[in-house]
Design a protein around this ligand. Structure first.
Ligand code: ARG
Length: 572
Protein backbone atom coordinates (compact mmCIF):
# COMPACT_ATOMS: atom_id res chain seq x y z
CA UNK A 1 0.00 0.00 0.00
CA UNK A 2 1.31 3.44 -0.82
CA UNK A 3 2.10 5.92 1.92
CA UNK A 4 -0.72 8.15 0.83
CA UNK A 5 -3.12 5.27 1.25
CA UNK A 6 -1.72 4.38 4.66
CA UNK A 7 -2.10 7.96 5.82
CA UNK A 8 -5.61 8.12 4.34
CA UNK A 9 -6.61 5.08 6.39
CA UNK A 10 -5.36 6.69 9.57
CA UNK A 11 -7.19 9.92 8.77
CA UNK A 12 -10.38 8.05 7.92
CA UNK A 13 -10.21 6.14 11.20
CA UNK A 14 -9.83 9.41 13.09
CA UNK A 15 -12.76 10.95 11.20
CA UNK A 16 -14.92 7.99 12.02
CA UNK A 17 -14.42 8.47 15.78
CA UNK A 18 -15.10 12.17 15.34
CA UNK A 19 -18.44 11.38 13.71
CA UNK A 20 -17.83 11.59 9.94
CA UNK A 21 -17.97 7.94 8.81
CA UNK A 22 -18.75 8.96 5.22
CA UNK A 23 -15.15 9.97 4.82
CA UNK A 24 -13.83 6.59 3.73
CA UNK A 25 -10.13 6.04 2.99
CA UNK A 26 -10.93 6.18 -0.75
CA UNK A 27 -12.61 9.52 -0.35
CA UNK A 28 -9.88 10.89 1.89
CA UNK A 29 -7.11 9.83 -0.48
CA UNK A 30 -8.62 12.02 -3.21
CA UNK A 31 -8.61 15.02 -0.91
CA UNK A 32 -4.94 14.74 0.03
CA UNK A 33 -2.60 17.43 -1.19
CA UNK A 34 1.12 17.90 -1.39
CA UNK A 35 2.12 20.93 0.70
CA UNK A 36 3.71 23.74 -1.29
CA UNK A 37 6.96 23.41 0.61
CA UNK A 38 8.57 20.51 2.45
CA UNK A 39 8.75 22.44 5.75
CA UNK A 40 4.97 22.03 5.89
CA UNK A 41 5.12 18.27 5.79
CA UNK A 42 4.81 15.58 3.14
CA UNK A 43 1.04 15.23 2.93
CA UNK A 44 -1.67 17.77 3.74
CA UNK A 45 -5.34 17.11 4.49
CA UNK A 46 -7.69 20.10 4.12
CA UNK A 47 -10.67 20.04 6.50
CA UNK A 48 -13.08 22.40 4.70
CA UNK A 49 -15.38 19.68 3.46
CA UNK A 50 -15.87 18.33 6.99
CA UNK A 51 -17.32 21.52 8.42
CA UNK A 52 -20.84 20.58 7.43
CA UNK A 53 -20.77 16.99 8.62
CA UNK A 54 -19.14 17.83 11.95
CA UNK A 55 -20.70 21.28 12.48
CA UNK A 56 -17.39 22.76 13.50
CA UNK A 57 -14.94 25.23 12.06
CA UNK A 58 -12.24 23.62 9.89
CA UNK A 59 -9.30 24.76 12.08
CA UNK A 60 -10.88 23.10 15.10
CA UNK A 61 -11.46 19.90 13.15
CA UNK A 62 -7.85 19.97 11.98
CA UNK A 63 -6.71 20.10 15.61
CA UNK A 64 -8.93 17.23 16.67
CA UNK A 65 -7.84 15.07 13.75
CA UNK A 66 -4.17 15.86 14.33
CA UNK A 67 -4.39 14.56 17.88
CA UNK A 68 -5.65 11.19 16.75
CA UNK A 69 -3.29 10.36 13.91
CA UNK A 70 -0.05 8.59 14.74
CA UNK A 71 2.05 5.45 14.22
CA UNK A 72 4.41 4.41 11.39
CA UNK A 73 4.92 5.62 8.72
CA UNK A 74 3.71 8.88 10.31
CA UNK A 75 6.32 10.70 12.33
CA UNK A 76 4.60 13.93 13.24
CA UNK A 77 1.28 15.63 12.67
CA UNK A 78 0.59 19.37 12.87
CA UNK A 79 -2.65 21.30 12.58
CA UNK A 80 -2.00 24.50 10.70
CA UNK A 81 -5.16 26.51 10.23
CA UNK A 82 -7.68 24.32 8.40
CA UNK A 83 -4.99 21.82 7.35
CA UNK A 84 -3.65 18.68 8.93
CA UNK A 85 -0.02 18.43 7.90
CA UNK A 86 1.55 15.01 8.07
CA UNK A 87 5.29 14.38 8.26
CA UNK A 88 6.40 10.92 7.29
CA UNK A 89 9.15 8.99 9.01
CA UNK A 90 11.82 9.45 6.36
CA UNK A 91 14.00 6.56 7.44
CA UNK A 92 11.13 4.08 7.31
CA UNK A 93 9.88 5.37 3.96
CA UNK A 94 13.36 5.43 2.40
CA UNK A 95 14.02 1.87 3.51
CA UNK A 96 10.71 0.69 2.14
CA UNK A 97 10.92 2.51 -1.20
CA UNK A 98 14.58 1.77 -2.01
CA UNK A 99 14.20 -1.82 -0.79
CA UNK A 100 11.16 -2.37 -2.99
CA UNK A 101 12.82 -0.97 -6.09
CA UNK A 102 15.99 -2.99 -5.66
CA UNK A 103 13.92 -6.13 -5.16
CA UNK A 104 11.46 -5.57 -8.02
CA UNK A 105 13.93 -3.94 -10.42
CA UNK A 106 12.36 -3.10 -13.77
CA UNK A 107 9.07 -4.62 -12.60
CA UNK A 108 8.67 -1.72 -10.15
CA UNK A 109 5.40 0.01 -11.03
CA UNK A 110 4.09 -2.96 -13.04
CA UNK A 111 0.47 -3.90 -12.43
CA UNK A 112 -1.92 -6.39 -13.88
CA UNK A 113 -4.86 -4.15 -14.62
CA UNK A 114 -5.28 -5.50 -18.15
CA UNK A 115 -5.09 -9.22 -17.35
CA UNK A 116 -3.63 -9.99 -20.73
CA UNK A 117 -6.54 -8.49 -22.66
CA UNK A 118 -5.72 -7.17 -26.11
CA UNK A 119 -5.61 -3.51 -27.01
CA UNK A 120 -5.18 -2.79 -30.72
CA UNK A 121 -3.42 0.54 -31.15
CA UNK A 122 -3.66 2.21 -34.55
CA UNK A 123 -0.49 4.27 -34.88
CA UNK A 124 1.89 5.86 -37.38
CA UNK A 125 -0.13 4.84 -40.47
CA UNK A 126 1.64 6.89 -43.16
CA UNK A 127 0.44 7.03 -46.75
CA UNK A 128 2.17 4.97 -49.42
CA UNK A 129 4.17 6.94 -52.00
CA UNK A 130 3.98 10.05 -49.83
CA UNK A 131 6.53 11.38 -47.38
CA UNK A 132 6.39 10.39 -43.74
CA UNK A 133 5.09 13.59 -42.14
CA UNK A 134 5.67 15.17 -38.75
CA UNK A 135 2.14 14.12 -37.88
CA UNK A 136 3.03 10.51 -38.58
CA UNK A 137 6.11 10.93 -36.41
CA UNK A 138 3.98 12.22 -33.55
CA UNK A 139 1.54 9.33 -33.95
CA UNK A 140 4.42 6.83 -33.97
CA UNK A 141 6.07 8.23 -30.87
CA UNK A 142 2.89 8.80 -28.82
CA UNK A 143 1.31 5.51 -29.89
CA UNK A 144 4.41 3.48 -29.14
CA UNK A 145 4.71 5.01 -25.66
CA UNK A 146 1.05 4.36 -24.91
CA UNK A 147 1.53 0.75 -26.04
CA UNK A 148 4.48 0.37 -23.66
CA UNK A 149 2.47 1.86 -20.79
CA UNK A 150 -0.52 -0.41 -21.43
CA UNK A 151 1.82 -3.39 -21.50
CA UNK A 152 3.37 -2.33 -18.19
CA UNK A 153 -0.12 -2.60 -16.74
CA UNK A 154 -0.84 -6.07 -18.03
CA UNK A 155 -2.59 -5.36 -21.32
CA UNK A 156 -1.42 -6.96 -24.57
CA UNK A 157 -1.01 -4.07 -27.01
CA UNK A 158 -1.29 -4.84 -30.73
CA UNK A 159 0.58 -2.19 -32.69
CA UNK A 160 -1.20 -1.74 -36.02
CA UNK A 161 0.16 0.31 -38.89
CA UNK A 162 -3.01 1.15 -40.82
CA UNK A 163 -1.15 2.13 -43.98
CA UNK A 164 -2.81 4.54 -46.38
CA UNK A 165 -2.36 2.19 -49.32
CA UNK A 166 -5.62 2.55 -51.22
CA UNK A 167 -7.49 5.24 -53.10
CA UNK A 168 -7.88 6.93 -56.48
CA UNK A 169 -4.40 8.44 -56.23
CA UNK A 170 -2.94 5.02 -57.07
CA UNK A 171 -4.63 5.11 -60.45
CA UNK A 172 -2.95 8.45 -61.16
CA UNK A 173 0.38 7.17 -59.94
CA UNK A 174 0.20 4.19 -62.27
CA UNK A 175 -0.53 6.47 -65.23
CA UNK A 176 2.33 8.80 -64.28
CA UNK A 177 4.76 5.93 -63.84
CA UNK A 178 3.85 4.33 -67.14
CA UNK A 179 4.36 7.66 -68.92
CA UNK A 180 7.38 9.17 -67.23
CA UNK A 181 8.67 6.70 -64.62
CA UNK A 182 12.09 5.13 -64.30
CA UNK A 183 12.46 1.90 -62.38
CA UNK A 184 16.01 2.55 -61.19
CA UNK A 185 15.09 5.98 -59.85
CA UNK A 186 12.12 4.64 -57.92
CA UNK A 187 14.28 1.91 -56.44
CA UNK A 188 16.96 4.38 -55.37
CA UNK A 189 14.66 6.92 -53.72
CA UNK A 190 11.12 5.55 -53.78
CA UNK A 191 9.22 8.21 -51.85
CA UNK A 192 10.96 11.13 -53.49
CA UNK A 193 10.50 9.71 -56.97
CA UNK A 194 6.90 8.59 -56.54
CA UNK A 195 5.98 11.94 -55.07
CA UNK A 196 7.65 13.70 -58.02
CA UNK A 197 5.60 11.56 -60.42
CA UNK A 198 2.43 12.38 -58.55
CA UNK A 199 3.19 16.11 -58.63
CA UNK A 200 4.00 15.93 -62.35
CA UNK A 201 0.69 14.16 -62.97
CA UNK A 202 -1.19 17.09 -61.49
CA UNK A 203 0.86 19.66 -63.37
CA UNK A 204 0.32 17.97 -66.71
CA UNK A 205 -3.34 17.27 -65.99
CA UNK A 206 -3.93 21.02 -65.97
CA UNK A 207 -3.31 21.11 -69.72
CA UNK A 208 -4.41 17.59 -70.49
CA UNK A 209 -7.67 16.70 -68.75
CA UNK A 210 -7.70 13.24 -70.36
CA UNK A 211 -5.08 12.25 -67.79
CA UNK A 212 -7.69 12.36 -65.05
CA UNK A 213 -9.85 9.91 -67.01
CA UNK A 214 -6.89 7.59 -67.48
CA UNK A 215 -6.22 7.79 -63.76
CA UNK A 216 -9.79 6.78 -62.98
CA UNK A 217 -9.58 3.97 -65.52
CA UNK A 218 -6.42 2.58 -63.95
CA UNK A 219 -7.86 2.78 -60.49
CA UNK A 220 -10.88 0.84 -61.72
CA UNK A 221 -8.51 -1.75 -63.21
CA UNK A 222 -6.70 -1.93 -59.89
CA UNK A 223 -9.98 -2.51 -58.08
CA UNK A 224 -10.94 -5.21 -60.57
CA UNK A 225 -7.66 -7.05 -60.01
CA UNK A 226 -5.92 -6.28 -63.32
CA UNK A 227 -2.50 -8.00 -63.04
CA UNK A 228 -0.40 -5.10 -64.29
CA UNK A 229 -2.12 -2.59 -62.04
CA UNK A 230 -1.85 -4.95 -59.10
CA UNK A 231 1.85 -5.57 -59.74
CA UNK A 232 2.65 -1.87 -59.90
CA UNK A 233 0.59 -1.08 -56.80
CA UNK A 234 2.31 -3.88 -54.87
CA UNK A 235 5.68 -2.62 -55.99
CA UNK A 236 4.95 0.99 -54.93
CA UNK A 237 3.78 -0.32 -51.60
CA UNK A 238 6.82 -2.54 -51.03
CA UNK A 239 9.29 0.19 -51.96
CA UNK A 240 7.55 2.78 -49.78
CA UNK A 241 7.36 0.42 -46.86
CA UNK A 242 11.06 -0.37 -47.21
CA UNK A 243 11.76 3.31 -46.77
CA UNK A 244 9.40 3.67 -43.82
CA UNK A 245 11.09 0.65 -42.22
CA UNK A 246 14.38 2.54 -42.14
CA UNK A 247 12.74 5.12 -39.91
CA UNK A 248 11.10 2.51 -37.69
CA UNK A 249 14.37 0.60 -37.35
CA UNK A 250 16.24 3.75 -36.38
CA UNK A 251 13.59 4.53 -33.80
CA UNK A 252 13.30 0.98 -32.53
CA UNK A 253 9.55 0.81 -33.15
CA UNK A 254 8.01 -2.55 -34.08
CA UNK A 255 4.56 -3.34 -35.42
CA UNK A 256 2.38 -6.42 -35.05
CA UNK A 257 0.37 -5.70 -38.18
CA UNK A 258 0.70 -3.76 -41.42
CA UNK A 259 -2.89 -4.29 -42.51
CA UNK A 260 -3.61 -1.01 -44.24
CA UNK A 261 -6.66 0.28 -46.00
CA UNK A 262 -6.28 -2.08 -48.96
CA UNK A 263 -6.59 -5.08 -46.64
CA UNK A 264 -10.25 -4.22 -46.16
CA UNK A 265 -11.20 -4.16 -49.86
CA UNK A 266 -12.89 -7.54 -49.72
CA UNK A 267 -14.50 -6.74 -46.35
CA UNK A 268 -16.48 -3.70 -47.45
CA UNK A 269 -19.52 -5.39 -48.98
CA UNK A 270 -20.27 -6.91 -45.64
CA UNK A 271 -20.18 -3.53 -43.92
CA UNK A 272 -22.57 -2.07 -46.47
CA UNK A 273 -24.85 -5.12 -46.16
CA UNK A 274 -24.88 -4.88 -42.37
CA UNK A 275 -25.75 -1.20 -42.48
CA UNK A 276 -28.51 -1.96 -45.00
CA UNK A 277 -29.87 -4.79 -42.85
CA UNK A 278 -30.01 -2.55 -39.80
CA UNK A 279 -31.84 0.09 -41.82
CA UNK A 280 -29.18 2.70 -41.30
CA UNK A 281 -28.42 3.66 -44.92
CA UNK A 282 -29.96 6.76 -46.46
CA UNK A 283 -29.62 7.89 -50.04
CA UNK A 284 -28.36 11.38 -50.57
CA UNK A 285 -27.63 12.72 -54.05
CA UNK A 286 -26.93 9.23 -55.29
CA UNK A 287 -24.55 8.45 -52.44
CA UNK A 288 -25.19 6.23 -49.42
CA UNK A 289 -24.78 7.80 -45.99
CA UNK A 290 -25.55 7.17 -42.34
CA UNK A 291 -27.19 10.27 -40.88
CA UNK A 292 -25.98 11.53 -37.55
CA UNK A 293 -28.28 14.53 -37.12
CA UNK A 294 -29.29 13.40 -33.65
CA UNK A 295 -25.70 13.97 -32.52
CA UNK A 296 -25.40 17.27 -34.34
CA UNK A 297 -22.88 15.74 -36.75
CA UNK A 298 -22.79 15.72 -40.53
CA UNK A 299 -23.68 12.37 -42.17
CA UNK A 300 -21.02 9.68 -42.51
CA UNK A 301 -20.40 8.95 -46.20
CA UNK A 302 -20.34 5.19 -46.90
CA UNK A 303 -20.50 4.83 -50.67
CA UNK A 304 -20.07 7.43 -53.39
CA UNK A 305 -22.49 7.73 -56.29
CA UNK A 306 -19.99 5.88 -58.55
CA UNK A 307 -19.98 2.97 -56.09
CA UNK A 308 -16.55 3.70 -54.59
CA UNK A 309 -16.15 3.17 -50.88
CA UNK A 310 -14.36 5.64 -48.64
CA UNK A 311 -11.88 6.12 -45.83
CA UNK A 312 -14.73 5.87 -43.30
CA UNK A 313 -16.07 2.66 -44.85
CA UNK A 314 -12.63 1.11 -44.56
CA UNK A 315 -12.40 2.22 -40.94
CA UNK A 316 -15.77 0.59 -40.22
CA UNK A 317 -14.53 -2.65 -41.77
CA UNK A 318 -11.29 -2.36 -39.78
CA UNK A 319 -13.18 -1.83 -36.52
CA UNK A 320 -15.29 -4.96 -37.10
CA UNK A 321 -12.19 -6.92 -38.07
CA UNK A 322 -10.28 -5.80 -34.99
CA UNK A 323 -13.13 -6.62 -32.69
CA UNK A 324 -13.48 -10.09 -34.19
CA UNK A 325 -9.76 -10.78 -34.31
CA UNK A 326 -8.68 -9.42 -30.94
CA UNK A 327 -11.81 -9.35 -28.78
CA UNK A 328 -10.30 -6.17 -27.43
CA UNK A 329 -10.63 -4.52 -24.02
CA UNK A 330 -10.10 -1.14 -25.69
CA UNK A 331 -9.22 -0.01 -29.19
CA UNK A 332 -7.10 3.09 -29.64
CA UNK A 333 -6.50 5.38 -32.61
CA UNK A 334 -3.53 7.71 -32.30
CA UNK A 335 -4.32 10.19 -35.06
CA UNK A 336 -4.01 13.97 -35.36
CA UNK A 337 -6.65 16.29 -33.98
CA UNK A 338 -7.78 17.30 -37.48
CA UNK A 339 -9.45 13.89 -37.80
CA UNK A 340 -11.51 14.34 -34.64
CA UNK A 341 -14.84 14.48 -36.48
CA UNK A 342 -14.01 11.40 -38.54
CA UNK A 343 -13.54 9.31 -35.40
CA UNK A 344 -16.56 10.75 -33.63
CA UNK A 345 -18.64 9.75 -36.66
CA UNK A 346 -17.03 6.33 -36.84
CA UNK A 347 -17.79 5.55 -33.20
CA UNK A 348 -21.36 6.85 -33.47
CA UNK A 349 -22.08 4.72 -36.54
CA UNK A 350 -20.82 1.65 -34.68
CA UNK A 351 -23.01 2.60 -31.74
CA UNK A 352 -26.02 2.92 -34.04
CA UNK A 353 -25.20 -0.53 -35.37
CA UNK A 354 -25.75 -1.73 -31.82
CA UNK A 355 -22.18 -2.61 -30.87
CA UNK A 356 -21.69 -2.18 -27.14
CA UNK A 357 -17.94 -2.37 -27.61
CA UNK A 358 -17.92 0.95 -29.47
CA UNK A 359 -17.81 2.52 -26.00
CA UNK A 360 -14.31 1.17 -25.59
CA UNK A 361 -12.92 2.86 -28.68
CA UNK A 362 -10.83 5.95 -28.17
CA UNK A 363 -9.48 8.52 -30.56
CA UNK A 364 -6.25 9.85 -29.05
CA UNK A 365 -5.68 13.14 -30.82
CA UNK A 366 -2.58 15.30 -30.82
CA UNK A 367 -1.57 18.79 -31.94
CA UNK A 368 0.68 19.95 -34.73
CA UNK A 369 4.41 20.24 -35.10
CA UNK A 370 5.20 23.87 -35.85
CA UNK A 371 8.29 25.50 -37.21
CA UNK A 372 8.55 29.26 -36.71
CA UNK A 373 4.87 29.27 -35.82
CA UNK A 374 3.82 27.53 -39.04
CA UNK A 375 2.72 23.97 -39.71
CA UNK A 376 5.67 21.84 -40.73
CA UNK A 377 4.47 20.34 -43.93
CA UNK A 378 5.94 18.75 -46.97
CA UNK A 379 5.83 21.38 -49.67
CA UNK A 380 5.06 20.54 -53.24
CA UNK A 381 7.79 18.29 -54.50
CA UNK A 382 10.19 19.52 -51.84
CA UNK A 383 10.39 16.91 -49.18
CA UNK A 384 11.53 17.38 -45.60
CA UNK A 385 12.37 13.78 -44.98
CA UNK A 386 12.00 12.69 -41.41
CA UNK A 387 14.93 10.40 -42.01
CA UNK A 388 17.02 13.52 -42.53
CA UNK A 389 15.83 15.00 -39.25
CA UNK A 390 16.87 11.83 -37.44
CA UNK A 391 20.18 11.66 -39.29
CA UNK A 392 20.95 15.25 -38.38
CA UNK A 393 20.12 14.67 -34.69
CA UNK A 394 22.39 11.62 -34.60
CA UNK A 395 25.15 13.52 -36.33
CA UNK A 396 24.93 16.42 -33.88
CA UNK A 397 25.19 14.07 -30.93
CA UNK A 398 28.16 12.36 -32.54
CA UNK A 399 29.92 15.71 -32.67
CA UNK A 400 29.26 16.36 -28.99
CA UNK A 401 30.61 12.93 -28.10
CA UNK A 402 33.72 13.44 -30.22
CA UNK A 403 34.39 16.59 -28.26
CA UNK A 404 33.48 15.50 -24.74
CA UNK A 405 34.17 11.78 -24.62
CA UNK A 406 36.31 10.81 -27.64
CA UNK A 407 37.34 7.43 -26.22
CA UNK A 408 33.77 6.20 -25.75
CA UNK A 409 33.16 2.72 -27.13
CA UNK A 410 30.15 2.19 -29.47
CA UNK A 411 30.11 5.87 -30.32
CA UNK A 412 27.80 5.34 -33.27
CA UNK A 413 25.27 3.28 -31.36
CA UNK A 414 25.21 5.69 -28.42
CA UNK A 415 24.77 8.61 -30.81
CA UNK A 416 21.81 6.82 -32.40
CA UNK A 417 20.22 6.18 -29.01
CA UNK A 418 20.70 9.76 -27.88
CA UNK A 419 19.87 11.46 -31.20
CA UNK A 420 16.67 9.47 -31.66
CA UNK A 421 15.93 9.85 -27.95
CA UNK A 422 16.17 13.62 -28.33
CA UNK A 423 13.59 13.62 -31.12
CA UNK A 424 11.20 11.34 -29.22
CA UNK A 425 11.53 13.19 -25.92
CA UNK A 426 11.07 16.59 -27.56
CA UNK A 427 7.60 15.33 -28.43
CA UNK A 428 6.67 13.40 -25.30
CA UNK A 429 7.57 15.97 -22.67
CA UNK A 430 4.63 18.03 -23.97
CA UNK A 431 0.99 17.24 -23.41
CA UNK A 432 -0.03 15.66 -26.71
CA UNK A 433 -2.80 18.10 -27.60
CA UNK A 434 -0.42 21.06 -27.43
CA UNK A 435 1.26 22.13 -30.63
CA UNK A 436 5.02 21.66 -30.50
CA UNK A 437 7.56 24.09 -31.73
CA UNK A 438 10.27 22.20 -33.55
CA UNK A 439 13.60 23.46 -32.26
CA UNK A 440 16.98 21.85 -32.75
CA UNK A 441 18.50 23.64 -29.76
CA UNK A 442 15.71 22.75 -27.42
CA UNK A 443 15.82 19.18 -28.59
CA UNK A 444 19.52 18.45 -28.41
CA UNK A 445 20.99 20.30 -25.45
CA UNK A 446 22.36 18.17 -22.63
CA UNK A 447 20.97 20.60 -20.09
CA UNK A 448 17.37 21.59 -19.62
CA UNK A 449 14.32 19.47 -20.19
CA UNK A 450 15.57 17.14 -22.90
CA UNK A 451 16.04 13.47 -23.62
CA UNK A 452 19.82 13.82 -23.71
CA UNK A 453 19.72 15.46 -20.24
CA UNK A 454 17.81 12.54 -18.73
CA UNK A 455 19.96 9.98 -20.55
CA UNK A 456 23.09 11.79 -19.45
CA UNK A 457 21.91 11.82 -15.83
CA UNK A 458 21.27 8.09 -16.05
CA UNK A 459 24.77 7.51 -17.46
CA UNK A 460 26.31 9.65 -14.69
CA UNK A 461 24.51 7.60 -12.06
CA UNK A 462 25.75 4.40 -13.71
CA UNK A 463 29.30 5.70 -13.69
CA UNK A 464 28.99 6.56 -10.00
CA UNK A 465 27.98 2.96 -9.30
CA UNK A 466 30.96 1.70 -11.31
CA UNK A 467 33.39 3.98 -9.49
CA UNK A 468 31.99 2.88 -6.15
CA UNK A 469 32.45 -0.79 -7.05
CA UNK A 470 28.75 -1.20 -6.32
CA UNK A 471 27.10 -4.56 -6.70
CA UNK A 472 23.36 -4.69 -6.64
CA UNK A 473 22.08 -7.04 -3.94
CA UNK A 474 19.75 -9.84 -5.02
CA UNK A 475 17.06 -9.15 -2.48
CA UNK A 476 16.51 -5.58 -1.49
CA UNK A 477 18.88 -3.61 0.69
CA UNK A 478 19.29 -2.52 4.29
CA UNK A 479 20.05 1.17 4.67
CA UNK A 480 22.41 2.40 7.38
CA UNK A 481 20.76 4.65 9.96
CA UNK A 482 20.85 8.29 8.97
CA UNK A 483 22.54 7.64 5.62
CA UNK A 484 19.66 9.15 3.66
CA UNK A 485 18.79 11.93 6.07
CA UNK A 486 19.00 15.02 3.95
CA UNK A 487 16.46 17.11 2.12
CA UNK A 488 18.12 16.17 -1.16
CA UNK A 489 17.85 12.42 -0.50
CA UNK A 490 14.27 12.82 0.72
CA UNK A 491 13.29 14.64 -2.46
CA UNK A 492 14.65 11.71 -4.49
CA UNK A 493 12.91 9.13 -2.29
CA UNK A 494 9.49 10.78 -2.53
CA UNK A 495 9.81 10.97 -6.31
CA UNK A 496 10.84 7.32 -6.53
CA UNK A 497 7.85 6.49 -4.40
CA UNK A 498 5.45 8.22 -6.77
CA UNK A 499 6.58 6.45 -9.97
CA UNK A 500 3.78 3.84 -9.84
CA UNK A 501 1.13 6.56 -9.42
CA UNK A 502 2.59 8.49 -12.34
CA UNK A 503 2.27 5.42 -14.58
CA UNK A 504 -1.33 4.98 -13.39
CA UNK A 505 -2.19 8.49 -14.48
CA UNK A 506 -0.32 8.17 -17.77
CA UNK A 507 -2.33 5.04 -18.58
CA UNK A 508 -5.71 6.34 -17.48
CA UNK A 509 -5.31 9.56 -19.47
CA UNK A 510 -3.35 8.09 -22.41
CA UNK A 511 -0.77 10.71 -21.58
CA UNK A 512 2.91 9.76 -21.85
CA UNK A 513 3.94 13.34 -20.99
CA UNK A 514 3.23 12.52 -17.34
CA UNK A 515 6.19 10.18 -17.50
CA UNK A 516 8.22 12.65 -19.58
CA UNK A 517 7.82 15.32 -16.91
CA UNK A 518 8.45 12.81 -14.17
CA UNK A 519 11.82 11.62 -15.48
CA UNK A 520 12.95 15.25 -15.77
CA UNK A 521 11.95 15.89 -12.14
CA UNK A 522 13.71 12.76 -11.00
CA UNK A 523 16.86 13.59 -12.98
CA UNK A 524 16.92 17.09 -11.49
CA UNK A 525 16.38 15.84 -7.94
CA UNK A 526 19.12 13.26 -8.41
CA UNK A 527 21.57 15.84 -9.74
CA UNK A 528 20.92 18.02 -6.68
CA UNK A 529 21.55 15.05 -4.42
CA UNK A 530 24.75 14.23 -6.30
CA UNK A 531 25.97 17.83 -6.07
CA UNK A 532 25.27 18.29 -2.37
CA UNK A 533 25.69 14.95 -0.65
CA UNK A 534 29.02 13.12 -0.40
CA UNK A 535 28.82 9.58 -1.62
CA UNK A 536 32.07 7.80 -2.47
CA UNK A 537 34.17 9.53 0.19
CA UNK A 538 31.96 8.27 3.02
CA UNK A 539 32.61 5.30 5.30
CA UNK A 540 31.50 1.96 3.86
CA UNK A 541 27.99 1.58 5.33
CA UNK A 542 26.94 5.12 4.49
CA UNK A 543 28.51 4.96 1.05
CA UNK A 544 26.73 1.69 0.24
CA UNK A 545 23.41 3.02 1.47
CA UNK A 546 23.71 6.10 -0.72
CA UNK A 547 24.72 3.94 -3.66
CA UNK A 548 21.57 1.89 -3.06
CA UNK A 549 19.62 5.07 -3.62
CA UNK A 550 21.64 5.79 -6.77
CA UNK A 551 20.94 2.25 -7.99
CA UNK A 552 17.22 2.77 -7.42
CA UNK A 553 17.39 5.99 -9.45
CA UNK A 554 19.14 4.12 -12.28
CA UNK A 555 16.39 1.49 -12.34
CA UNK A 556 13.55 4.01 -12.38
CA UNK A 557 15.11 6.42 -14.90
CA UNK A 558 15.84 3.57 -17.26
CA UNK A 559 12.35 2.13 -16.92
CA UNK A 560 10.73 5.55 -17.33
CA UNK A 561 12.75 6.17 -20.49
CA UNK A 562 11.93 2.70 -21.80
CA UNK A 563 8.21 3.36 -21.40
CA UNK A 564 8.63 6.49 -23.52
CA UNK A 565 10.53 4.53 -26.17
CA UNK A 566 14.05 5.74 -25.33
CA UNK A 567 17.10 3.69 -24.57
CA UNK A 568 19.40 4.49 -21.68
CA UNK A 569 23.10 4.00 -22.49
CA UNK A 570 25.30 3.33 -19.45
CA UNK A 571 28.05 5.53 -20.75
CA UNK A 572 27.94 8.57 -22.95
N1 ARG B 1 -3.25 7.40 -43.30
C1 ARG B 1 -3.98 8.37 -42.53
C2 ARG B 1 -3.33 9.75 -42.66
O1 ARG B 1 -2.16 9.84 -42.93
C3 ARG B 1 -4.03 8.02 -41.06
C4 ARG B 1 -4.76 6.75 -40.74
C5 ARG B 1 -5.20 6.68 -39.33
N2 ARG B 1 -5.85 5.45 -38.97
C6 ARG B 1 -7.10 5.15 -39.26
N3 ARG B 1 -7.57 3.98 -38.89
N4 ARG B 1 -7.89 5.96 -39.91
O2 ARG B 1 -4.01 10.75 -42.44
Amino acid sequence: MSYKQQVAEKLAAALQTLGAPDFTPEKVVDLLETPPNPAMGDIAFPCFQLAKALRKAPPLIAQEVAQQVNGAPVKEVQAVGPYVNVFLDQAIVAQEVVGTILRQKDAYGSRNVGQGKKVPIDLSSPNIAKPFSMGHLRSTVIGNAIANIMEKHGYAPVRINHLGDWGTQFGKLIVAYKKWGDEAKVKAEPIKELLALYVRFHEEAEHDPSLEDQGREWFKKLEDGDPEAARLWQWFRDESLKEFMKIYDLMGVKFDSFHGEAFYNDKMDRVVALLEEKGLLTESEGALVVTLDEYGMPPCLIKKSDGATLYATRDLAAALYRHETYDFAKALYVVGNEQRLHFQQLFKVLEKMGYEWAKEMYHIPFGMMLKDGKKMSTRKGKVVLLEEVLAQAIDDVLKVIAEKNPTLENKEEVARQVGVGAVIFHDLKNYRLNDINFSWEEMLTFEGETGPYVQYTHARACSLLRKGGYEQPENGAALAEGALESKEAWAVVTLLNSFPEVIDRAREEFDPSQIGKYVIDLAQAFNKFYANVRILAEEEAVKTSRLHLVAAVVIVLKEGLRLLGLQAPEEM
